[in-house]
Design a protein around this ligand. Structure first.
Ligand SMILES: [Zn+2]
Length: 252
């Protein structure tokens, strides 16, 4: 059993110069990875990419910061893409109020993607930034897919994490778990049940210690595993089995 990365963006231009090399390492050290779509064009590429990658699965979606200008035709196209081979989720989608953009548009495009996931019985990959309460209130009254989904790159308090766990969501844990100042996130991992945590890198973003300031890579997920194993006081081999089981349960 090996490591897995349930959230990365290897199709972003950050890997244009050495994607083949990066993939070689990924195929050697990981059992599976999930390539996440950021907008419609990127999602189309994800669909093609995962077909030829033995260890890859994909998710298609439109990031909240890219909601502006998305029309019904785009959403119909997204729904078609979501039915492609090896596409296991819808997202990343959600609310991002860090950058001041049109909140109503974000809600509308988020809602449409939740409906697609519900219709196709796939989980959603949530991107939430500076909008945990709003996203929670919205999801609580939405008609959600039975598999719900994952709060990608969770970064709020244990109280907030508990609310999403109680709804039935998984909690995605990324590189920030290794940052020395991030005791709140370590508290989240300590309190959350091990069968509701998912390891993810969000590569090329958010590299763990000791790679801060550099480009992130899926193989660095092992530093996230090490931190989770330390907090949960369990053996890394045991953790590998559990994380693989969690991913299978949610995505397959
Ligand atoms: Zn992402």
């Amino acid at each position: 059993m090996n490591f897995i990365d349930t959230h990365c963006h290897l199709l972003f231009s950050n890997y244009d110069d050495d994607r083949e090399e990066v993939l070689k390492k990924v195929n050697k050290e990981l059992d599976l990875f999930i390539e996440i779509g950021g907008d419609l064009d990127n999602s189309k590429k994800v669909v093609e990419f995962v077909k030829n990658q033995p260890k890859a699965f994909g998710s298609v979606g439109i990031h909240p910061s890219d909601s502006e200008g998305v029309d019904n035709k785009d959403l119909e196209e997204l729904e078609k893409l979501a039915q492609s081979e090896k596409i296991v989720a819808v997202g990343e989608t959600g609310l991002d109020f860090y950058w001041e953009t049109n909140k109503q548009t974000q809600y509308k495009i988020f809602d449409a993607q939740v409906s697609i996931a519900k219709k196709l019985n796939k989980p959603i990959v949530l991107h939430i930034r500076d909008a945990y309460n709003e996203a929670y209130e919205f999801l609580k009254k939405s008609n959600l897919p039975s598999k719900l989904g994952v709060v990608h790159c969770f970064s709020d308090t244990w109280e907030t994490a508990k609310k999403f766990l109680d709804l039935g969501f998984y909690i995605g844990i990324d590189g920030p778990i290794t940052y020395s100042k991030n005791s709140e996130l370590r508290k989240v991992v300590q309190q959350a049940p091990l069968d509701r945590i998912l390891p993810e890198t969000d590569s090329p973003f958010l590299p763990p210690v000791p790679f801060r300031g550099k480009r992130n890579m899926p193989v660095y997920v092992k530093y996230i595993y090490e931190k989770i194993a330390e907090i949960k006081n369990i053996d890394i081999e045991e953790l590998k089995k559990q994380m693989y089981f969690n991913a299978r349960t949610l995505f397959f």
